[in-house]
Design a protein around this ligand. Structure first.
Ligand code: PRX
Length: 646
């Protein structure tokens, strides 16, 4: 790990909202009287009914609860739109940059308000009511933000499914939350290629009884099949809809959205976030961590299908009256300078992306970066996976020309927003470290037995106290929520991450300690890939582990045992890769498939994944004790064969 330390640059400290002095005062305040601190911070939102209760959370099983501001009422779209109209109605709310560099749109707060009201009225006309679930399967087009905010305006709960997921994945997410309505587009457009979104919805709906209506936004104008009585094009509905739509008064603890994410076992969980605490957290962290200044153009490159797109493309920036850039395309189209061209085109001040994109661009050489000016850039951000110091240094030196602090932000779908990150005006940086917890966040490192570890140490990362943005439940499965996050280390929220704390109290996330892998910053459960593989007629058994990957951070390594009589050859490898892509989506593409006549199992039949991980890493010198295996010779075969596939 890098030992370099980058102090806060003087020009950043001079104008920062949170200076080192202010941060110290705030840390002391939240420690001394947390409720008073949060009562004060919550004033950044507009409340319809002020809350009197603050934090009623408890992580212990006997009186388990997570609840913030529970008797307050507010509306998310009113906070993101209505309250800005007077002061910044004509300011750009969303700058949309198309996949094709010749296409863009600038949408002011006034226009956004109008579009959201129209969309909300369309939803109401189609029978959507407060508390109903709406599935959004859209590309990165402004209508995605309109649709999200429209749901919040009328109290409907949105569930966004990333456009890269397959019809099967979409169907299971629609079924799990019983959506009545799906919003999609004819096609998406990424890197000049179209993505058949509506056709995927059609295939998914063969297996979903709950869906009554499908609204189709026409993005490309490509031909789609429209089912009579079910499918409706958006444009005519929008044109006919009123621009007037009063917002609903929602309880702070009313559900805001569901977002499915992978866990170490079973099917993806519907992470549920609620209204007040989530919006406060998204707004506060966007303001403090990015040191956002009014008028600046802020760009988070995430897709709205992921939590980063929810909190840091839409809700955080819009709650703060910021100008948020929404990008439809990919970093390497038309060429590898696209990110930096877009920064120059729109004078982007704050740029937030994932290490996987940086590593891919770094490999293409500095000229693509240097062909742009980037003089508008002030703050750089990183999210989704550990950033290796080499990529960090490149980001800092080449992209930011040594003048832009990098905020490495650690958080999760479950946390709603950033929990550990530097404050650019207050925190010295160490490449590869997410540095220190935000106000009120109490990280704890524990050993395998749950013993709390002090000082400089390695351990499993837990959080000791609730924070407003915390998820409230797994949709329809509160027991699974408790079991997954609060039963491993009683009294603590367990993140699933391993972490090191250094002598300065800086946190270094080392990666997942469970069976979740992080591929290009996207979460994938090994169990999901395994069940896709065993659904193939020729596969008897499969075990999937993560492997180091130079660009993606982690790749997917699958050990596959075939049914008797089947031949494992390259043709079948290709077939299985295509199969998994079709079952789950391209993000689950296995990087390596190793046919394995046997898997290392204990005598009780449990697969020893530790051994499989080591072989996938190519680190066979330290396999540990293999004597408890039912058949230790399996390991030698696996090692010999792994040399053939790698
Ligand atoms: O392992 C951590 C990693 O991503 C996981 C959360 O994934 P997801 O819920 O998809 O949310 C991604 C966007 C917040 C974490 O458990 N992770 C996220 N950010 C970082 C990170 N690992 C290291 N450093 C980070 N900055």
């Amino acid at each position: 790990m890098s030992e370099a330390v980058y102090p806060v640059p003087a020009h950043i400290a001079a104008s920062a909202t949170i200076t080192a002095e202010k941060a110290a005062v705030m840390r002391a305040a939240v420690q001394q009287d947390p409720d008073a601190f949060w009562r004060q911070e919550a004033r950044r939102l507009d409340w319809i009914t002020p809350f009197t209760r603050v934090n009623d959370s408890n992580f212990n099983e006997a009186d388990f609860a997570i609840s913030w501001f529970s008797d307050g009422q507010l509306n998310v779209s009113a906070n993101c739109l209505d309250r800005h109209l007077e002061t910044r109605g004509d300011q750009a709310a969303i700058i949309w940059e198309g996949d094709n560099p010749a296409e863009s749109r600038v949408i002011t707060y006034r226009q956004l308000h109008e579009e959201v009201c129209r969309f909300a009225n369309v939803l109401k006309d189609q029978g959507v009511r407060r508390g109903d679930r709406v599935t959004i399967y859209l590309p990165m087009i402004p209508e995605a933000a309109f649709a999200m905010l429209a749901c919040t305006r009328i109290g409907a709960i949105h569930s966004i499914v990333f456009g890269g997921f397959s019809p099967d994945s979409l169907a299971s997410r629609i079924r799990d939350c019983d959506s009545r309505l799906v919003i999609t587009a004819d096609e998406g457009l990424r890197g000049g290629k179209s993505v058949p979104l509506k056709a995927n919805v059609d295939a998914a709906l063969d297996h979903c009884a709950s869906v009554e209506k499908v609204i189709v936004v026409q993005r490309t104008g490509g031909a789609v099949k429209m089912v009579e009585g079910r499918d409706l094009f958006y444009a005519p509905l929008r044109d006919a809809a009123s621009v007037d739509c009063p917002y609903e008064a929602m309880g702070a603890e009313d559900p805001l959205f569901i977002l499915y994410t992978s866990g170490s076992t079973g099917t993806p969980k519907g992470v549920l976030h609620t209204t007040g605490g989530y919006l406060l957290w998204a707004s506060l962290t966007h303001d403090y961590v990015f040191d956002y200044k009014p008028g600046e153009v802020y760009w988070c490159t995430a897709d709205i299908g992921w939590v980063t797109g929810h909190s840091y493309v839409v809700y955080g920036p819009l709650a703060n009256g910021a100008t948020t850039l929404m990008f439809e395309g990919v970093p390497n189209y038309p060429d590898h300078s696209r990110f930096w061209q877009v920064c120059d085109k729109w004078n982007v001040a704050i740029f937030y992306t994932a290490p996987t994109a940086l590593r891919a661009l770094m490999r293409e050489g500095d000229d693509y970066v240097k062909s742009s000016s980037r003089k508008s850039l002030r703050i750089l951000g990183s999210v989704g996976e550990p950033i290796n110091p080499e990529a960090w240094e490149w980001y800092h030196r080449v992209v930011g020309e040594d003048r832009c602090p990098i905020v490495d932000t650690w958080w999760q779908t479950e946390t709603g927003g950033i929990l550990i990150a530097p404050l650019p005006g207050a925190t010295a940086l160490k490449p590869g470290s997410a540095t220190q917890p935000l106000f009120g966040v109490e990280p704890v490192l524990v050993d395998a037995e749950g013993k709390v570890l002090e000082g400089a140490t390695d351990g499993n990362l837990c959080i000791a106290q609730s924070w407003p943005g915390q998820m409230r439940t797994v949709y329809n499965d509160h027991d699974r929520f408790f079991q997954t996050y609060f039963s491993t280390y009683p009294g603590y929220y367990f993140t699933g991450d391993g972490c090191r704390r250094d002598a300065d109290g800086y946190y270094w996330i080392t990666g997942r300690v469970d069976d979740v892998i992080n591929v290009s910053g996207h979460r994938m459960g090994t169990a999901e890939v395994e069940s896709a593989l065993v659904a193939h007629a020729k596969v008897a058994e499969a075990a999937v582990v993560g492997m180091p990957h130079a660009i993606k951070g982690q790749g997917i390594y699958a050990y596959v045992t075939l049914n008797a009589g089947e031949e494992g050859d390259n043709a079948l490898r290709k077939e299985l890769v295509a199969w998994v892509r079709r079952e789950i989506g391209p993000i689950a593409t296995p990087d390596v498939i190793q046919f394995a006549p046997g898997l290392p199992k204990t005598r009780s039949g449990k697969i020893m994944r530790r051994i499989l991980r080591k072989i996938a890493e190519g680190d066979v010198s330290s396999l540990g004790d293999t004597s408890t295996l039912a058949d230790p010779s399996v390991v030698d075969h696996l090692i010999a064969d792994s040399r053939l596939v790698n």
